[in-house]
Design a protein around this ligand. Structure first.
Ligand code: FEO
Ligand code: CA
Ligand code: CA
Ligand code: CA
Length: 612
């Protein structure tokens, strides 16, 4: 088909090649701009960013560090449909809300040495976590967007940070094991941490996953022995970032329940700036990458989720109530209750044998609990929800290679999961199987170096799941590994059967999204083929199914995340997270200074579009 003007989904382009540039690179004929960067003012009254005069108070009003999830929710107006549309299907709109996660901080890259005390560094880093809501508007060039600069007119702008009150929702709210000395009710948590990916719901809210929350707690006087097994399964070791010297609730010896208040899916209503964001216990507690909702054939809201750990599981939630599509305030209030009651499942995948030459088979969703009933022997509903990993362990789900984004494709009804990598796969404790077939990978030490063999699954997969009877709300599916990532010259790679000589090398898929033609867009984190990370387009149907083409590379040390194709496919939003990150990085000698506004790097949200 002839490419439409500005349509990134249907455009023919010469893929960007592997490179180590300290730049965002897009194909010839396309352009990009930085929408917002770490430190930019978000709420009225925020001071201008000054790397040498940072304070926690300022950070709580400025764009946070290490942007990950990117949501764009159209604001009502000319042609806009408000929050009732899926972001990428929304048609014409000129104003929108950009909702972004701030996953974690890199203190080496944030602070000049010798300027701040250790406790100042901690307090500012703590305040640089969370989420931002930023009003954006259409820029002059088609497909380009920029923030509303007069913050007094940006009434939706909001910074959710370490002191923001989150309400605990669902069956486990108020459980004794969620109570702390500051919150004897177990229903109000200050802050959200390590927010990685997320999703925009059909009712116009944003879901955000609290992922590696285990790293923030110290136990100077030892760990509470009541929770030895639970802490261990969640990687809570009591060796944290020393935040306990700034805020005693991060002292695990004194507040053994504080970590139980993280590891949830958070729901934020960006259209209601005064609303309290919620932590949904019904969606279970693990290292949540994100959650993406689709309305099932029977009207129920189904959230797909991944637990990003080597050998951990894929999950889904099916609501008890049904989606109200009336678009009214009353409908929205009903929809805001959908994630509070329903059933939580974990996935088991079975292969149909290697003789057919492809990794594929059948799968089932095993129920763990509903809001009123546990299906796991010896565990209550609250036990299952608070310690979901331990519950799942008892029902023999399939141990996967780090499930990241899991997202339904509204065009073809299938569900796509990024399985980013697993260095342990193939070891005695984690043998290969048909859903996880790679135990030895071809990698490259640097750009241009030869491919060499490394143990484990280093380049990752994209899993495609097709719901069976009952659709998204049902309990069976079929599956196939649509992509076995890596250098196409490596024998183990597979691109849905597409000609390997015509695809871009791809390594470590992390986030997935779709343009409205059903094509899959993938961002990567941790390329082991010698190149910077980036964003890729791959059709999911037709003769080009499996044709992976690289559309973006991000600067040195960065991962690409949160891709979102919106505005009639004219805009590709993505986050450039942790540019310059490396073991040896310092503020004085970073390997990246992107976006080149300063002599140190600044994580930023970018939009790519066709050149005017
Ligand atoms: Fe924060 Fe699973 O990546
Ligand atoms: Ca097979
Ligand atoms: Ca991620
Ligand atoms: Ca990641």
């Amino acid at each position: 088909a002839k490419p439409m003007g500005g349509d990134l989904a249907r455009a023919a382009f010469a893929p960007v090649g592997p490179n180590k540039r300290d730049a965002v690179t897009v194909p010839r004929g396309f352009d990009h701009s930085v929408v917002i960067s770490w430190g930019d003012r978000v709420v009225a009254g925020a001071p201008r960013f000054d790397a040498y005069a940072q304070t926690p108070e300022a950070a709580k009003t400025q764009f946070g560090y290490n942007c990950d999830y990117v949501g764009v929710l159209p604001l009502p107006g000319k042609g806009g449909k408000g929050g009732q549309q899926y972001g990428y299907l929304a048609r014409d709109f000129d104003r929108a809300l950009l909702v972004v996660n701030h996953e974690y901080t890199d203190e080496n890259l944030m602070f000049p040495t010798g300027v701040y005390t250790a406790d100042q560094v901690k307090a500012i880093a703590m305040a640089s976590h969370g989420m931002s809501v930023v009003q954006i508007k259409r820029a002059e060039v088609d497909g380009d967007w920029l923030p509303v600069s007069d913050l007094r007119r940006a009434r939706y702008n909001r910074r959710l940070h370490i002191d923001t009150t989150f309400v605990v929702d669902g069956p486990a709210a108020g459980d004794e094991r969620l109570r702390t000395s500051a919150d004897p009710t177990g229903t109000k948590v200050l802050g959200t941490l390590n927010n990685c990916a997320g999703g925009t719901t059909p009712w116009g809210t944003v879901l955000s996953g609290e992922e590696n929350f285990n790293q923030y707690f110290d136990a100077p006087d030892g760990l509470d022995e009541r929770y030895t097994a639970q802490y261990a399964r969640y990687g809570i070791s009591g060796k944290g970032k020393g935040w306990n010297t700034v805020d005693p609730r991060f002292d695990l010896s004194a507040e053994p329940h504080e970590p139980h208040r993280f590891g949830w899916i958070v729901e934020v209503d960006p259209f209601d700036p005064d609303s309290a964001p919620r932590k949904h216990t019904m969606l279970g507690r693990f290292k949540h990458e994100g959650a993406n909702v689709v309305i099932a054939e029977n009207g129920r809201a189904v959230a797909y989720m991944g637990d990003d750990e080597r050998g951990d599981y894929l999950y889904k939630f099916v609501s008890a109530g049904t989606f109200d599509d009336a678009g009214s305030e009353r409908a929205k209030r009903r929809n805001l209750r959908l994630l509070s009651a329903g059933t939580l499942y974990v996935a088991r995948l079975t292969g149909d044998g290697a003789e057919d030459g492809v990794s594929d088979g059948t799968g089932e969703w095993i129920p763990l609990c509903s809001d009123t009933e546990s299906f796991v022997e010896g565990m209550s509903v609250a036990d299952v929800l608070l310690f979901t990993r331990l519950a799942a362990d008892k029902v023999a789900p399939t141990r996967m290679d780090r499930p990241e984004d899991v997202e339904p494709n509204l065009v073809n009804g299938k569900v796509y999961a990024a399985l980013t990598n697993n260095s342990n796969r193939g070891a005695a404790a984690l043998p290969t199987d048909e859903p996880n077939p790679v135990g030895s990978s071809m990698v490259r030490a640097s750009l241009g170096a030869p491919l060499t063999q490394a143990s484990g699954n280093r380049n990752g997969y994209v899993l495609e799941m097709t719901p069976g009877r009952g659709g998204h709300a049902g309990t069976t599916f079929t599956w196939d590994l649509m992509l076995v990532c890596g250098d196409p010259a490596a024998q183990e790679t597979y691109f849905a059967g597409f000609d390997k000589s015509q695809v871009s090398p791809i390594s470590c898929p992390d986030n997935v999204t779709f343009s409205d033609d059903g094509s899959l867009w993938i961002s990567t984190d941790g390329n082991v083929l010698g190149s910077n990370d980036g964003v890729f387009r791959v059709p999911t149907s037709g003769p080009d199914r499996g044709k992976v083409e690289q559309f973006v590379t991000v600067p040195r040390g960065a991962e690409a995340c949160g891709p979102l194709v919106t505005d009639r496919n004219r805009s590709l939003f993505f986050a450039v997270q942790h540019p310059g990150e490396a073991d040896t990085a310092t503020f004085e000698a970073p390997q990246s200074t992107w976006p080149h506004t300063d002599d140190f790097p600044r994580p930023s949200v970018v939009v790519a579009f066709r050149r005017a």
